[in-house]
Ligand binder design. Sequence first.
Ligand code: PEP
Ligand code: MN
Length: 351
Amino acid sequence: MLVVMQHDASAADVEDVCRTIVEMGYEARPLPGAQRTAVGLVGNDGRVDASRIEGMAGVAQVIHVTQPYKQVSREWRPENTLVEIAPGVVFGGRDVPVIAGPCSVESEEQILDAAHAVKAAGATALRGGAFKPRSSPYSFQGMGRRGLELLDLARRKTGLAIITEALDVEGASLVAEYADCIQIGARNMQNYSLLRAVGRLRKPVMIKRGPSATITELLLSAEYVLAEGNDQVILCERGLRSFDPLTRNLFDLTAIPVVHRLSHLPIVADPSHGTGLRDKVAPMASAAVAAGADGLMIEVHPRPDRALSDGAQSLYPAQFDELMKQLHAVALAVGRQITPVGAGNVAVSIG
Ligand code: PEP
Ligand code: MN
């Protein structure tokens, strides 16, 4: 339930509403907004009797949130949430940041080559897994802490923001020490203890949609993070398991406008996992920007033929460079712009 206050409601009116909500046995979350102040009620599992609140001083309207998720809904917050993972790298506004890099961090040379290449092409964030969720226990599992240190080195050399995956609760705080944004992988979308843990870390989080998850389930997963007090959440569409073996996944472009209607959180598209095929990445990346994606995540490897994971869907640096040129044009055509490099990047060390 959401209690919308009148424009001229006093601070005491807002406090009275909060106190009453607590007396009723729920939690009150004051939500000062650009156009209105509202007080959210959380802790209910069903419709709340609003009669005590409706007549209170300063109350304009009581809205019953109809979805099973609350704090992620547009009813709860009509304006887009902006998630700034590093100075100038903002998701949810007019600008569209591009995150690029290899599937996994494999060596110092590999991650630095990748970072320099994607930066030169216009990316503003670097991806790369140090802890990898692999279908087989015998596949490369990532470099662990050393991988995080190499990402940090790449950030210092290029100024790119860093996004990397946390696999479990124990590893989440370690990842948070290095990452500008913590990635929750598709397989972990419904790992609720991990979602709660990253909700408490006060770092931006990107949640990838599970390969068989509905959009409602994705939004409920985000609700876990917001329920812990962290609203810095980016959603990511990365393709669904389908009946058709011609692509690795079925990239659900529709999720982008559907999420925009239902939620104030930004949604990023990952056409690399979404298609699994190098030559399908560019058309789907352009389509995602045209459909309103708030960012892109694209796998780029300096030598994809030698990649330890996801080489078949990783772009060669020259292909990524070409794609970025296309993306600038597509973004302009829909009233957006690809986030420019250097918009406020972190300090760059030379050497
Ligand atoms: C990845 O980003 O490399 C990854 C493992 O993605 P997903 O969780 O979407 O499979
Ligand atoms: Mn990958």
